[in-house]
Design a protein around this ligand. Structure first.
Ligand code: FA5
Length: 342
C-alpha cells in the first residue's frame, strides 16, 4: 500500500470507528488514534522523508483534507452524543405529576379545619363575610380597644404570651372585632376564624394553642334575640340535632350584657367527666351585645348602632361533636387519631 492509499484507508477506518464512541471522552480518545499527535495520520506524514516534493505535496494536501474531514465528523458526533445525553437526563429526571398514586398516600384535612370550613359555610349562607387577622397582635387591638384598660383585672382571665417588642400572641379572635370596626362600614356581619394562644396549664380541655371563631354583627336595632337565633342555627346545623344548651350571665369587658352559652357535655351525655370537669356542661360559646365603649372606640355612635359578638371555641366544639375526651389529641401528630376523620 502506498502512502496515499494509507491515508485513504485511515479515513475509511476512522469513519467506521469514530461513530462507535459512546461518550465525549471516548470520542476524544478515538479521535487521537487517527488525527492526534501520535495518531495514524501523523505517522504516515512521518514517512514522507524520502519522497519527491510533488509526492510530499500531494500526500500532505490529502492528509490535511482527511484531517479536516475527520475533525468535522468528530464535531458532529460530539453534538449527537451531547443531545443523546441530554435526552437521557430529561427522561430519567422526568416526574409524571399526573400518574395515579395509591389512595392511602393522600393526606386529609385536620378535624378542626373541617369544622372551621363547615362553620364558614353556615355563616356565609346567613350573609356573613369571612375576615382574617394576624396571630401577633398589638396590645391595643387585643385588649385596649376591647375595653380592657391597661390595669383592668379582666386581663388576668387570659394569660398572655408577650413578644419582646411589646406586641403579643393574640389571646382571642376578638382582636379582629377591632379590625372590622376600623375597616368596615356598618351594617356588617363577619366571622373570623383563627389560632389563638394562652399561657395555660394544659389538661383534657385546655391547650396553650387553640382555635376560635369570632362573630360580629353591627347594625341598627340588633338585639340579643338576633344573637340567640344565630347561635341556634349554628349549633343545630353542626350537631344535626337539638342539643341541650344553657345561657348564663358571663363577664367580658367588651360586651354588655354578656353571656356564656354552655352545651350539655356530649362526651358523657351530661353525667360528668374529665372534659366537663364533672359538671355535665361545657363552656362553648361566650357571647353578648357589643359594649358601647367598643363601638365608640371603633368610631361608631352607640346611640345609632348596636351589635352582637361571640367567640366560639373550635377545639371544644370538635370534641363535643365526636365525643373526643382529650384536647391534647389534636396536635399530638397521632395518625391513628387523625385517620378517623378522613
Ligand atoms: C374569649 O376568648 C372571648 N374573646 C369570647 C367572646 C367573644 C366573648 C365575643 C364575648 C363576645 P373565653 O376566654 O371564654 O372568651 O374563650 C372562648 C372559648 O374559647 C371558650 O368558650 C372555649 O371554648 C375556648 N377556650 C378558651 N380557653 C381555651 C383553652 N385553653 N383551650 C381550648 N379552648 C379554650
Amino acid at each position: 500500500m502506498n502512502l496515499i492509499e494509507e491515508v485513504e484507508s485511515i479515513l475509511k477506518e476512522a469513519q467506521v470507528f469514530l461513530p462507535t464512541s459512546q461518550t465525549e471522552e471516548e470520542l476524544d480518545k478515538n479521535k487521537n488514534l487517527f488525527i492526534g499527535k501520535k495518531g495514524k495520520l501523523t505517522s504516515v506524514l512521518k514517512k514522507l522523508g524520502n519522497l519527491s516534493i510533488e509526492e510530499k505535496k500531494a500526500i500532505g494536501k490529502r492528509a490535511n483534507e482527511v484531517s479536516t474531514e475527520l475533525e468535522e465528523t468528530v464535531n458532529s458526533l460530539r453534538e449527537k452524543i451531547k443531545k443523546e445525553q441530554l435526552e437521557k437526563l430529561i427522561y430519567s429526571e422526568f416526574y409524571d405529576t399526573l400518574r395515579p398514586i395509591k389512595s392511602q398516600e393522600l393526606g386529609s384535612l385536620h378535624p378542626i379545619t373541617k369544622i372551621q370550613y363547615e362553620i364558614e359555610d353556615i355563616f356565609v349562607s346567613m350573609g356573613f363575610s369571612i375576615m382574617d387577622g394576624p396571630e401577633v397582635e398589638t396590645d391595643y387591638n387585643n385588649f385596649e380597644a376591647l375595653n380592657f384598660t391597661s390595669d383592668h383585672p379582666a386581663r388576668d382571665m387570659q394569660d398572655t404570651f408577650y413578644v419582646s417588642d411589646g406586641n403579643l400572641l393574640r389571646t382571642h379572635t376578638s382582636a379582629i372585632q377591632v379590625r372590622a370596626l376600623k375597616v368596615l362600614k356598618p351594617p356588617f356581619k363577619i366571622i373570623a376564624p383563627g389560632r389563638v394562644f394562652r399561657y395555660e396549664e394544659v389538661d383534657a380541655s385546655h391547650e396553650n394553642t387553640f382555635y376560635q371563631i369570632e362573630g360580629m354583627a353591627v347594625g341598627k336595632d340588633i338585639s340579643a334575640a338576633n344573637m340567640v337565633y344565630t347561635m341556634n342555627v349554628l349549633l343545630t346545623r353542626i350537631f344535626q340535632k337539638e342539643v341541650k344548651v344553657r345561657l348564663r350571665p358571663g363577664y367580658f369587658p367588651f360586651v354588655e350584657p354578656g353571656f356564656e352559652l354552655d352545651i350539655s357535655c356530649t362526651v358523657c351525655e351530661g353525667k360528668g367527666c374529665a372534659v366537663c370537669k364533672q359538671s355535665g356542661w361545657l363552656e362553648l360559646l361566650p357571647c353578648g351585645l357589643v359594649h358601647p365603649n367598643v363601638l365608640k372606640l371603633g368610631g361608631l355612635d352607640p346611640n345609632e348602632w348596636t351589635g352582637f359578638a361571640f367567640g366560639l371555641g373550635l377545639d371544644r366544639l370538635v370534641m363535643m361533636r365526636y365525643g373526643i375526651n382529650d384536647i391534647r389529641y389534636f396536635h399530638s401528630g397521632n395518625l391513628r387519631f387523625l385517620k378517623q376523620f378522613v
